[in-house]
Design a protein around this ligand. Structure first.
Ligand code: SF4
Length: 222
């Protein structure tokens, strides 16, 4: 099985953007380096959270780790898990410095959105797949916690979800290698997209924001 090097890793959280719109993902993750306004929007889109430094606490039979860095060489991605719980059990993994065996249970925190959506599910599945690779174990389920309802919605990591995650990251790597921003048709989703002013799919036959902004700057100069 081929593996990616660390310098080829893409961000796990990008899968949310990719699921929403492949072009949005490319605008953020491929073209970000040159468009100042994109940087501003990235901050909002990534809803940066003030993470505690990577630390672990123990509550009864559960070890809770926050902001844990995770990665996968087979998927070629890296990122951070909001919470990883290690539940003591009879059949699990050994953890350095702790007695017993543990089952791994990732939890992703979302501020609002009381309804479990596909973007959240895919992101959590991707995190679980990274943890499986790191700990050489299998993880059956995890949860998304929604701040608005203060509820955990459990997610079972099915074969279908795993396949979607694998296929999406493979497609992202192909786009990234070619530095290609896919063109997509204007849809209802565009109205809710924070990048719509930058994306301009209605105008952009060129398909490249770089070309569009370069052209605009040239026009302003003349
Ligand atoms: S405006 Fe529409 S096509 Fe452009 S990035 Fe947003 S969702 Fe995608």
């Amino acid at each position: 099985m081929s593996e990616y090097n660390e310098d080829e890793f893409l961000m796990i959280s990008g899968i949310q953007h990719f699921k929403f719109c492949r072009r949005q993902w490319a605008l953020i993750h491929i073209e970000q380096q040159w468009a100042e306004n994109v940087h501003t929007v990235i901050g909002e889109l990534m809803h940066e959270k003030a993470h505690d430094p990577y630390l672990t606490e123990k509550r009864r039979d559960v070890l809770i780790t926050r902001a844990m860095p995770v990665s996968s060489r087979t998927l070629g991605v890296s990122g951070e898990c909001d919470i990883v719980e290690f539940h003591q059990c009879e059949d699990g993994v050994k953890l350095f410095g702790h007695r017993g065996l543990y089952e791994i249970f990732p939890v992703e925190y979302k501020k609002g959105k009381p309804k479990l959506d596909e973007e959240d599910i895919l992101q959590l599945t991707a995190q679980a797949m990274c943890l499986e690779e790191m700990f050489s174990t299998s993880i059956a389920s995890g949860a998304v916690y929604y701040g608005e309802t203060r509820r955990r919605e459990n997610v079972a990591f099915t074969d279908d979800l795993r396949r979607q995650v694998k296929d999406m990251f493979a497609e992202m790597h192909q786009y990234y290698d070619r530095r290609y921003t896919p063109k997509v048709k204007w849809s209802k989703a565009c109205n809710a997209c924070s990048l719509k002013d930058i994306c301009l799919p209605k105008i952009g036959k060129s398909g490249s924001v770089r070309t569009y902004i370069a052209k605009t700057l040239k026009e302003e100069d003349t």
